[in-house]
Design a protein around this ligand. Structure first.
Ligand code: NAI
Ligand SMILES: NCC(=O)COP(=O)(O)O
Length: 336
């Protein structure tokens, strides 16, 4: 048995459910080492509020994280000014982003085998004057890669997105042949690498109603999507589409596919969340590091009540462990 994996877990927005989900997790034994990257007094305050008995241990790079029930390793981050549940405070935003930066750079340096993120509140970070659209884009910049892909997955369904956190009015212009090609290649490669699928079968949604209805309801399919898919097929990628998004999510199509590629956030994610909210994992593909996350947001209405469900966080950790093992073995193969 080698050294256990060490995954960084960022606790997210202090007013939300992230801190308590991290503590709930610590009540059970773990199969991978988890290091919560957060403000330690925040975790102590939340544990006290909820009556949870969890011993917090300072963690330093190179140490094996605690894995037994009731114990949690913590990489303390300064700067969390308010510990109040349910009430956002822009003063905490710089602290929240520091936790992401520490976890992400820790992965790049090899101190962690991957990172898992609890939810942040995008609005309050922007209110603090810091432009921020999501972990996905933040980590893309931190890791200095040109393109990443957001994919949410349950046991039954995988949905990846061509565009992520964009206003709807900007989506059409963002669907360029270049972006569509990069996203599709990353999706194809990472379905092979992390999911062991030899030749992934990808269903591609159109952008317009009825996939443009032959050009009568929009021309993006004819001018951009179809010609790009044709080129990608010539590279050996198995693509079906562009299909009308309203009928794509039916067994007729899904039964013969490994993933769906949706054109924008709310074309794909409502279906995925309807199918598996609370069990789904948000995965960032195309990074040099492993990053998984929960399928839900900060749930300010539940913070501090003890009623938040940790199912998605547990699924995100399980997926993070799996992906970290895949990445380790593919790195070893490359070296040997
Ligand atoms: N990974 C991340 O950092 C994510 C962050 N967000 C952010 O979260 C904030 C709030 O977003 P909303 O749209 O209100 O979505 P939300 O997921 O926070 O809440 C939607 C509904 O689901 C419930 N809910 C959420 N998580 C739950 C859990 N673990 N157990 C039981 N019930 C749960 C909430 O109580 C609420 O009724 C936004 O700022 C958004 O940007 C949203 C999604 C992911
Ligand atoms: N809907 C997914 C979401 O908002 C989470 O985005 P990210 O913070 O993981 O980029």
């Amino acid at each position: 048995m080698g050294k256990p994996l060490a995954l960084a877990l960022t606790a997210g927005e202090p007013a939300g459910i992230g801190p308590e989900l991290c503590l709930q997790l610590a009540l059970e034994p773990r199969t991978a080492g988890i290091v919560v990257v957060a403000n330690q007094p925040l975790l102590e305050a939340r544990a006290q509020q909820l009556g949870l008995t969890v011993a917090l241990h300072s963690w330093h790079p190179g140490e094996t994280p605690r894995m037994e029930a009731g114990h949690l390793s913590v990489l303390h981050v300064e700067g969390c000014a308010s510990h109040q549940t349910g009430r956002l405070d822009p003063v905490n935003s710089a602290y929240v982003l520091r936790t992401l930066e520490i976890a992400g750079s820790g992965c790049l340096k090899g101190n962690f085998d991957g990172m898992v993120t609890a939810p942040v509140h995008k609005g309050v970070i922007n209110e603090a004057g810091i432009p921020f659209s999501g972990h996905t884009e933040f980590l893309q910049e931190l890791c200095e890669v040109e393109r990443v892909v957001m994919m949410l997955a349950t046991e039954q369904l995988r949905v990846a997105l061509v565009t992520t956190h964009l206003p709807l009015k900007d989506v059409s212009a963002a669907i360029t042949p270049e972006r569509l090609s990069q996203v599709t290649r990353i999706l194809d490669a990472d379905l092979r690498r992390f999911f062991g699928i030899e030749r992934p079968r990808i269903l591609v949604a159109g952008l317009n109603p009825h996939a443009g209805e032959g050009g009568h309801l929009g021309r993006e399919e004819i001018e951009t999507i179809e010609p790009t898919l044709e080129k990608l097929r010539a590279e050996g990628i198995s693509l079906t589409g562009p299909l009308p998004a309203d009928t794509l999510f039916t067994p007729h199509w899904l039964d013969q596919a490994d993933a769906v590629l949706a054109m924008y956030h709310d074309q794909g994610l409502p279906v995925l969340k309807f199918q598996g909210f609370g069990r789904a994992v948000n995965i960032t593909l195309g990074l040099p590091i492993v990053r998984t996350s929960v399928d839900h947001g900060t749930a300010l209405d539940l913070a501090g009540t003890g009623r938040a469900d940790s199912g998605s966080l547990q699924a995100a950790i399980k997926m993070g462990e799996h992906m970290a093992r895949c990445l380790k073995s593919s790195n070893q193969e490359t070296r040997s």
